[in-house]
Design a protein around this ligand. Structure first.
Ligand SMILES: Cc1ncc(COP(=O)(O)O)c(C=O)c1O
Length: 381
């Protein structure tokens, strides 16, 4: 390995949400990584800083081309520069879209358990969350297509908010699954938002499939971002791919109206450096995370009353526990007694109760420490 992921950034007392919002010896909750950014990103940011006048930025063609080329090369996508719109965050783009598409009181269908912020985002925009819970068969999460169709067929359902690949369970949807989803959305005239922020994080030799590759129509928005894979969430930058011209115009105007259409001073060069110059770093990162996940999966599955679900995407792992206490209580006690902070499953919806999500984007040493803490905690329960 050329890059040393065993050495992590020292983030304590840096106004970091992950490290400084709550008191914890080992915070493994919020979705950002402890690894330092790729050298090309570091250089790009340093170069930008040399200017010292931190003013407003334009978005050059090179920025959009870096996305188009990277996704074409790695995922065979064919979207063009014209279909992409800059936006200062994936959640911001979803929020603006939920405001503009469909009517007040409509249902937004999600596959649950799902990324908790979606719930607030939907409800804050006067829409209703309509969850379709995954089925768990043979230790694997599967889409309940009968239920999904029932939910999408409701007259009040106007949007399907997909998390592709899926946070918190780390599932990579197959081509068949995505195609089936797309056909159902098409049949019932539902607009699909596919949040692909975790897409570039996948086990070696596996790949997620962009929704745009399989969609049977152009009634969708795909959200792409380098925030998770390149650890640049603090730069607040993302891309919305909106193939339908009318919808693109509507949403592009919406992003400007909501003041989320302009880039951070460092965002343009950092994103270009990520996509054009950091492929090797990303491949090694994915290998390191895979090893972290593998050791966690093997060791934690040996701990009585804990069950880890394998997912090939993201650095998150989804764990079920057997104990009477609810997941908020479980997480609180785990942090108070062992100093390990994870996310309670209930955050991700009712079907997430009695689970927790853990962030493994940290050094192997921290992962091993977390395993010991979980073991000790469960022994006392
Ligand atoms: C699925 C998903 N979407 C969006 C976000 C946040 O994206 P942004 O910071 O670009 O709003 C996260 C962060 O955890 C996430 O997991």
């Amino acid at each position: 390995m050329k890059y040393n992921f065993d050495e992590i950034a020292n983030r304590k007392n840096t106004n970091s949400v992950k490290y400084d919002e709550f008191d914890s010896e080992l915070p493994m909750w919020v979705a950002d990584m402890d690894f330092r950014v790729a050298p090309a990103i570091e250089s790009a940011i340093k170069k930008q800083l040399e200017i010292l006048a931190i003013g407003y930025s334009l978005i050059p063609d090179e920025f959009f081309n870096s996305f188009a080329n990277f996704y074409k090369k790695h995922y065979g996508t064919t979207f063009s520069k014209n279909e992409m719109v800059y936006v200062s965050g994936v959640v911001a783009s979803i929020d603006a879209t939920l405001k503009r598409i469909g009517n007040k009181g409509d249902n937004v269908v999600v596959l649950a358990p799902i990324y908790h912020t979606f719930y607030h985002c939907i409800e804050n925009n006067n829409k209703k969350v309509l969850p379709s819970n995954f089925l768990v068969n043979d230790g694997k999460y599967q889409i309940d297509f009968l239920d999904l169709e029932k939910k999408l067929s409701s007259k009040e359902s106007s949007i399907l908010l997909l998390c592709n690949p899926h946070n918190p369970i780390g599932k990579i949807f197959s081509k068949e699954e995505l195609l089936k989803i797309s056909k159902l959305a098409d049949k019932y005239g539902v607009f699909v938002i596919s949040d692909e922020i975790h897409g570039l994080l996948a086990s070696p030799n596996t790949k997620y499939i962009p929704y745009s590759n399989v969609s049977v129509n152009d009634n969708y928005m795909v959200c792409l971002s380098n925030s998770k894979a390149f650890n640049i969430a603090g730069l607040q930058s993302a891309i919305a791919v909106i193939p339908n011209e009318e919808k693109r115009k509507l949403l592009q105007d919406a992003f400007y109206e909501d003041d989320i259409g302009e880039p951070n001073f460092f965002a343009v060069s950092a994103n270009i450096a990520a996509l054009n110059e950091s492929e090797k770093w990303l491949a090694e990162l994915n290998e390191y995370i895979y090893e972290n996940k593998k050791v966690f999966f093997e060791k934690v599955n040996e701990i009585p009353r804990l069950k880890v679900y394998w997912g090939d995407a993201t650095y998150m792992m989804w764990v079920e526990y057997q104990n009477d206490i609810n997941s908020r209580e479980f997480v609180k006690k785990l942090n108070e007694e062992e100093g390990l902070l994870v996310s309670p499953g209930i955050q991700f919806g009712e079907s997430g109760e009695h689970h927790f999500r853990i962030n493994l984007a940290t050094s192997r040493k921290n992962v091993l420490k977390a395993i010991q803490k979980l073991k000790h905690f469960m022994e006392g329960k």
